[in-house]
Design a protein around this ligand. Structure first.
Ligand code: INI
Length: 156
């Protein structure tokens, strides 16, 4: 908009330390999300040696690990990637809710931006679609969101 001060994040990842927290559960999907996130960050200037990947058992464990990383001051931004697939169990709702709430809480509490790349789908096919096929790649989206948010925060 003309004449209105606008703050936007530049998508430059040079000199940033970024930690990707990834679940082992459904790892053949999650590996695609990690690949998407890494590829995005490197193409936007991140050095591979400034990226760290931490594997956790499942989505439920992500918030606690994200909290420790965020509090350590060792990451400018965090990207969480995982896949929770409904199947026939109510476990799905508990895992999704706790992971989602927990990740949001950690980001708010610490001020460290966290890209939310957790797929929550009814079927395996829907997860595959969002892990590098016709529905895009949620790992790329989460990395982009973390980077953009960090660059906005740095200007406020
Ligand atoms: N964890 C996931 O990341 N994805 C899933 O689909 C999933 N399902 O379906 O159960 C899942 N469960 C494990 C959970 O995140 C914890 O690791 C486990 O309960 C141990 O605390």
């Amino acid at each position: 908009m003309l004449h209105i001060k606008t703050i936007e994040g530049q998508l430059q990842a040079q000199d940033l330390k970024i930690t990707i927290i990834a679940s082992r559960f459904n790892d053949f999907i999650v590996d695609r999300l990690i690949g998407g996130a890494v590829d995005y960050l490197v193409r936007h200037g991140a050095a591979r040696e400034d990226l760290t990947i931490i594997r956790v058992p499942g989505a439920f464990e992500m918030p606690l690990v994200a909290q420790k990383v965020a509090r350590s001051g060792k990451a400018d931004a965090i990207v969480c990637v995982g896949a929770v697939i409904r199947g026939a169990t109510p476990h799905f709702d508990f895992v999704c809710n706790e992971a989602t709430k927990g990740i949001a809480h950690v980001s708010m509490e610490t001020g460290v931006p966290i890209g939310f790349g957790l797929l929550t789908t009814d079927t395996l096919e829907q997860s595959i679609e969002r892990a590098g096929s016709k529905g895009g790649n949620k790992g790329v989206e989460a990395a982009a969101a973390a980077l953009e948010t960090l660059r906005v925060l740095q200007q406020l």
